[in-house]
Design a protein around this ligand. Structure first.
Ligand SMILES: [Zn+2]
Length: 194
């Protein structure tokens, strides 16, 4: 049972009894006798005070073992409540599936609906990398695969994974592995045994 300073148990109870939708998303109430939790605005029968416990988010209520009410669907808020996560997921998905194409960070940002500056900050806060660094990691991982499993030479690999210039591929590869693509190939590719 959590109750921050600005949200007393009395306030939450009052919002529950009055089905006050302005509190939706700020807390959830769960009913011990039914095992169900609701948003404050839910129009289901008002429970008895002694059977109610309050949660500040739906995850907590779920973790405690309550089921979401079918009427007010407090669980659906879990998804709509995380717009930032959706931006990060979309960004990763676009990079994972388009890493082999020329990718401008401005365009990437507009595809996920935010400014480049905003995306950089969000993405870095969430993953520790900027989208550009993430893209580089995805490309270098793919480059290693190609160098190890195909007969493509390093120049071909660079173009195949979306680099527009071979020097930027070499630099990125070296930053990541400490080796040039050719050194990497020499070191790790087993010569075919005949
Ligand atoms: Zn409900």
């Amino acid at each position: 049972m959590i109750s921050p300073k600005d949200l007393s148990k009395d306030m939450m109870w009052e919002a529950t009894v009055t089905c006050d939708s302005t509190f939706d998303g700020r807390f959830y109430y769960a009913v011990k006798t039914t095992g169900i939790f609701c948003r404050p605005s839910c129009k289901s029968k008002i429970p008895k005070y002694e059977n109610v416990s309050f949660f500040l988010n739906a995850e907590e209520a779920l973790k405690t073992g309550f089921r979401p009410c079918k009427r007010c669907r407090p669980d659906l808020q879990l998804k709509t409540y995380e717009p930032l996560k959706a931006i990060i997921d979309d960004t990763m998905q676009i990079i994972n599936s388009h890493y082999d194409q020329k990718m401008l960070m401005n365009e990437l940002a507009s595809m996920v609906g935010v400014s480049r500056f905003h995306l950089n900050r969000l993405f870095k806060d969430s993953t520790g990398d900027t989208p550009r660094i993430y893209l580089e990691k995805v490309r270098i991982k793919k480059a290693k695969e190609l160098l190890l499993t195909t007969s493509l030479n390093s120049t071909e690999v660079g173009y195949q994974i979306g680099y527009q210039s071979i020097s930027s591929f070499y630099n990125a590869f070296k930053r990541s592995t400490g080796l040039s693509p050719i050194q990497f190939q020499n070191q790790y590719v087993k010569s075919p045994t005949t």
